[in-house]
Design a protein around this ligand. Structure first.
Ligand SMILES: *Cc1c(COP(=O)(O)O)cnc(C)c1O
Length: 479
């Protein structure tokens, strides 16, 4: 009893702590809530703390919280479409379209020709259809949503079974497992074949009166080699046609044009898949399409119209920002298909980063290493392998250039942590006894920010001079 009264008294008042905090860049109600929580924890733990200790604890909690706000980071992983880092960054043309749609009224559902209510995203759907070689398209929240919508619709009647090869019951990223998606859609899974081998007759003998559709899932994020077999898309399409079943292809990656070069992988495009007799395809907008998060469905007019009539479609539809951003990206892809100079239609970073020549990266790396002269670390220009990521092209690695840092007075893990916690945060990776930053996924305009962030992380106690001063000093010219 006496102990608890004593600690109660030792816990400072909220106001007093608020005044003593470093200036946190968070809204005051959040700061107050954190102070209250920390003080309550102290109170219940019954431990007496110095006032400064309490303040520094609150400061730490606030810093940690502040770091979890969504913010730009420098991607030094070399993974171009990094799901944890927000997948495809958008180019300036798309960003402009987003801003413009965000800050004005739009004709989202208004027909300017007729002066009355109009269809949502009519133009976008037509442009996408052209890009996919399809009669019609529909856009929803993401590819998972697209698949759920398709499965719910096609298994809404008495036939619930969906035939899928065991080799395609994949997990994609966090929380997307084909069997679970099927289950939550009300479909019944009918697995056929084995992990490495599924034949056309496996599919054929699984077809029965309860079969609703055949589902083909693109294995985008891993690769199977060796004793592997599966029927071609054409063979599956013929089987589906014979039994009057729809064939659905979850493409995931959304390579709308031929992708990477050189490559051992090939990502099937929606047009290819539909051309081979698939009825409906779905894919992500923010993987190899390089757009905002969206799920695109392409197929026949009749099938797509039926999907859009589902009440559930209304719950999955995209907002005007996504639609405006996607519209801009689709127009870029279409322009690229017809242009002789691919750059003239603006930048699609997810695709353009893949194609940056190694020599350009090396030159930038040399400049950065030079600007880092004098830091307490071994710094070198290294060579690395970038990856496309985002569950795409698992075998394709792209020659790249890295900054290799071996700090003298801290561990690699410590350096990685300092870089993550810096401003802007830099995400690198540890390999070959170095902290490495792959420049392929760093935008050239971030080089100077990156240099300063590296310097701050490598010599955390020294104030950082502006880049121009340092450059002057390192070249020895007079100030
Ligand atoms: C990535 C992927 C998905 C999930 O896409 P989201 O847009 O993230 O919902 C589904 N299927 C395949 C084959 C994928 O590669």
């Amino acid at each position: 009893m006496s102990l608890s009264t004593k600690s109660q008294r030792a816990v400072p008042a909220v106001e007093k702590v608020l005044h003593a905090l470093r200036q946190p860049d968070l809204p005051r109600p959040i700061v107050v809530a954190v102070v209250r929580r920390v003080l309550a924890e102290l109170r219940s733990s019954g431990k007496v703390r110095e006032f400064d200790e309490v303040v520094s604890r609150v400061d730490k909690v606030l810093e940690k919280l502040s770091r979890s706000r969504i913010q730009p980071v420098i991607n030094g992983t070399g993974v171009v479409i990094h799901t944890n880092l927000g997948r495809s960054p958008l180019g300036p043309e798309v960003a402009r379209a987003l801003t413009s749609a965000a800050t004005h009224y739009t004709n989202l559902e208004y027909d300017l020709n007729a002066g009355e209510r109009g269809g949502r995203a009519d133009y976008l759907e037509q442009a996408l259809a052209l890009l996919c070689g399809a009669e019609a398209t529909a856009v929803v929240n993401n590819c998972a949503a697209a698949l759920v919508l398709i499965l719910r619709h096609l298994t809404a009647g008495k036939r619930k079974r969906v035939i899928v090869s065991r080799g395609e019951l994949v997990q994609i990223g966090g929380g997307f497992r084909i069997p679970e998606i099927l289950e939550c859609s009300g479909a019944k899974l009918r697995e056929v074949g084995t992990t490495n081998k599924t034949t056309l007759s496996d599919y054929a003998s699984a077809v029965g009166p309860k079969t609703a559709l055949i589902l083909k899932v693109h294995r985008g994020n891993f690769f199977m080699g060796g004793f592997v077999e599966s029927p071609t898309t054409e063979e599956l399409a013929a089987l589906a046609r014979k039994h009057r079943l729809p064939l659905v292809h979850d493409l995931g990656t959304g390579a709308v044009s031929d992708t990477v070069d050189p490559r051992p992988d090939h990502e099937p495009t929606p047009a290819e898949s539909l051309g081979r007799g698939v009825d409906l395809v779905c894919f992500s907008g923010d993987k190899l399409m390089g757009g905002p998060q969206a799920g695109i469905i392409a197929g026949s007019k009749k099938d797509v119209a039926a999907l859009k009539k589902e009440p559930f479609y209304r719950a999955l539809r995209c907002d005007k920002l996504i639609l405006a951003g996607l519209q801009a990206v689709v127009e870029q892809h279409l322009a690229r298909q017809s242009a002789s100079t691919p750059g003239s239609s603006g930048s699609i970073p997810a695709l353009d980063l893949i194609r940056i020549p190694v020599d350009d990266l090396r030159e930038r790396a040399r400049g950065i290493v030079k600007a880092l002269r004098g830091v307490p670390a071994k710094t070198a220009v290294g060579s690395g392998q970038s990856r496309v990521g985002g569950g795409t092209l698992p075998r394709t690695s792209i020659e790249s250039v890295t900054l290799d840092l071996a700090p003298e007075d801290c561990s690699l893990e410590k350096l990685a942590s300092r870089l993550r916690k810096g401003s802007p945060p830099v995400i690198g990776y540890v390999s070959r006894e170095c902290l490495r930053v792959d420049l392929r996924t760093v935008f050239p305009e971030q080089d100077s920010e990156l240099t300063q962030a590296l310097r701050r992380a490598l010599e955390p106690t020294r104030p950082v001079a502006p880049l121009s001063d340092r450059a002057r000093r390192s070249t020895g010219s007079p100030p």
